[in-house]
Design a protein around this ligand. Structure first.
Ligand SMILES: N[C@@H](CCC[C@H](N)C(=O)O)C(=O)O
Length: 279
């Protein structure tokens, strides 16, 4: 199989985008593993397809580097929005994207005629165990719940941003041994669909430091949905205001939890290169 692709990154969370208006690809789960391999493939955290939608401007699907399909990805929404605009697939600057988590609405932000950032309406955070999902009573929340992994007891706040997140507060995000603790938390029996894990250090009421172990991808330099979940968890635990800068290994995202209960995320989306994949 061969196909043209573009490679994108949002704060170092990197993706291979395939424009399915031009290209046909099959077996995306298996293909993602091959394409994302950093030695034998292109190298990426995920494979993304863009195609037509009956309910939105475009349909995007996200496959993690382990081949699993994710419902949503914040950093990808920014990259896809910029791709469809700059490649003439739409003249709209407010775009609707059908995802596994419903319709998500990115908006391009311009300076001197150039796209500099993308602001995304990420929708409402979902807090009940049945929706996230977390085992237990479906209607209950999972705020500050005990989660044990590798013999260490953590307290996590679980939030769905269309995909599942467990946010754990720490005094030292840099000191967390993610490869050691990430896999056990991701696959913990509390989480029937596994989970993305965010370690969050509160710097002050408007700034948090976050490191992430992603479901299906391991350590990444940034996670957009994770940053939104982290801000929701920080507010719910009375640690920050509702407008917060999230400092990730790959850079900064600005996240605000609006009065309409929607979370908005603003950050960059950068095309890195174009190529042809051959296998
Ligand atoms: N990096 C992404 C999230 C990608 C999907 C995630 N690994 C999952 O399986 O839910 C983001 O920016 O949100």
């Amino acid at each position: 199989m061969s196909f043209q692709f573009t490679k994108w990154q949002g704060l170092g969370n990197d993706f291979v985008l395939v424009d399915c208006f031009k290209e046909t690809i099959t077996d995306c789960n298996q293909l993602a593993v091959a394409v994302c391999d950093r030695h034998f493939g292109i190298g990426a955290d995920g494979l993304v397809t863009i195609s037509s939608s009956a309910v939105a401007d475009f349909h995007m699907r996200i496959f993690n580097s382990d081949g699993s399909e994710a419902e949503m990805c914040g950093n990808v929404t920014r990259c896809v929005a910029r791709y469809v605009y700059e490649n003439g697939l739409t003249a709209k600057t407010k775009i609707s994207l059908e995802t596994g988590a419903g319709i998500i609405r990115p908006e391009l932000i311009f300076e001197s005629g150039r796209v500099v950032n993308v602001r995304v309406d990420m929708g409402e955070p979902k807090l009940t165990r049945g929706v996230i999902p977390v085992t237990g009573q479906a209607k209950d929340t999972a705020i500050h719940i005990p989660v044990e992994a590798n013999g260490v007891l953590y307290y996590g706040t679980c939030v769905s941003m269309g995909n599942p997140h467990c946010v754990i507060f720490t005094d030292d995000a840099a000191g967390i041994d993610l490869p050691l603790v990430g896999p056990g938390l991701e696959k913990h029996e509390l989480f029937p669909k596994k989970i993305n894990v965010e370690f969050v250090q509160v710097l002050n009421a408007e700034n948090i430091r976050m490191r992430v172990w992603e479901r299906g991808a391991g350590i990444t330099l940034a996670c957009g949905t994770g940053a939104c979940a982290a801000v929701a968890a920080s507010v719910l635990n009375q640690k920050t205001k509702r407008q917060v800068t999230v400092h990730l290994d790959g850079g900064k995202l600005f996240v605000e939890w609006g009065d309409n209960n929607h979370i908005f995320m603003t950050g960059p989306a950068i095309e890195v290169f174009r190529g042809e994949y051959r296998r």
